[in-house]
Every structure is written in C-alpha cells, then in structure tokens.
Design a protein. Structure first.
Length: 195
C-alpha cells in the first residue's frame, strides 16, 4: 500500500462523512467504515481524524481504548468547508492526477486571475467589467466539465483580453494564458472520454 499524504487522508475522511451526513444526518461512521474503500490504514487514520476533530471539522466519539475513536461525524463547519469547493481544495488538495485535482487547479488559477484583475492598470468601470467577466467565467467553470458551454468559456476568455494590448495582457493578467491552456486541455479530455 502506497503511503498517502495526510491531507489526502483528511480529504477522504471529510468527503466520506459528508456523503453519509447527506444520507442520514444522525449517523456516525466507525473507523472500519472509513477504512473500507480507501487505501489507508488505522495508523494513518487515527492522527488525521484527531486533527480534523481538533480543527472542529469532525466530532469523535471516543472508545474505551484511546486514542482510537469509536465513531465520527462531520460538523457544520466541516460541511461548510466541503461545500466551498475552492477552499476545500486549497486546504485538502485532491490526489495528484485525479479529475478533481485538474478542476481544483483551474479554480485556483481563476482566483489568481481575479486577484490580478484587481491590480490591472484599468480605471473604474473597465476594472468592474473585467471582474464581472471573471465572475462569469468562475460560474461557468463551476459546472461539471461535461456541461461546460465551450463557446461561452472561449468568449469570456476573449473578453478578458479585450481591454489590453497583447504586450500588456501578459503583464496585467499572467494567469489568463494558463487558464486558457487548462480549459483547452480539459475540453480535449472530455472529447476523448465522450468518443
């Protein structure tokens, strides 16, 4: 069994507890439940579960043989974190190479693009329009990739370039090119998977 990074184990715990909460908010999972479909072991589960408990993201019912817990349940703060996909991916990154990781990387880049727009050499209304366009892009990319409207995404990426000359664009919004490349890569992957 390959050793997983603790953040990936914590991500698995939170997602598993979140899914169980959605089915039955009163149900708690045992360590065996959490270990059932993941390639982690008790040695790595225990510290991760206690860390999440210390952070207030899960609650643990302690067993008679500490430090092993008898059951776990996600808290309201844990639910809020899982449902805030960008923050969740920043704090507990998806496994490298997974589809979630590619989507997470794209979301992080769009956030960086928004920060760059805040400091772009544009005046009032032009900057507000640019930020609205980035929000529109963020909303479109929040959909599952299979439901992306390709023509909309390409149009918005074009809108982002409009206020700048080509030379100024790379200085003002350096993340835009990487976002374009990642979007095109994801679209090619979707086409391959759909074929």
């Amino acid at each position: 069994m390959a050793k997983k990074h603790p953040k990936h184990i914590r991500r698995h715990i939170l997602k598993t507890l979140y899914e169980r909460y959605q089915r039955d908010p009163l149900d708690m999972l045992t360590p065996e439940d959490l270990l059932a479909d993941a390639d982690i072991d008790k040695e790595h589960l225990m510290p991760s579960a206690h860390y999440l408990s210390d952070r207030g993201l899960v609650e643990l019912m302690m067993a008679y043989r500490p430090p092993m817990f008898a059951a776990a349940r996600i808290t309201a703060d844990g639910i809020d974190l899982v449902e805030n996909e960008t923050e969740f991916n920043l704090r507990f990154p998806p496994d490298p190479g997974s589809e979630e990781e590619a989507t997470s990387r794209l979301a992080i880049l769009v956030e960086r693009l928004s920060e760059e727009a805040e400091f772009a050499p544009l005046d009032g209304e032009s900057r507000r329009c640019l930020l609205r366009d980035i929000q529109y892009l963020r909303d479109e990319l929040a959909r599952p990739p299979a439901r992306w409207r390709i023509e909309v995404i390409r149009a918005v990426l074009g809108w982002l370039a409009a206020p700048f000359s080509q030379a100024d664009l790379d200085d003002a919004l350096p993340s835009r090119r990487t976002v374009c490349d990642l979007v095109e890569q994801r679209l090619r992957e979707e086409e391959r998977n759909g074929s």
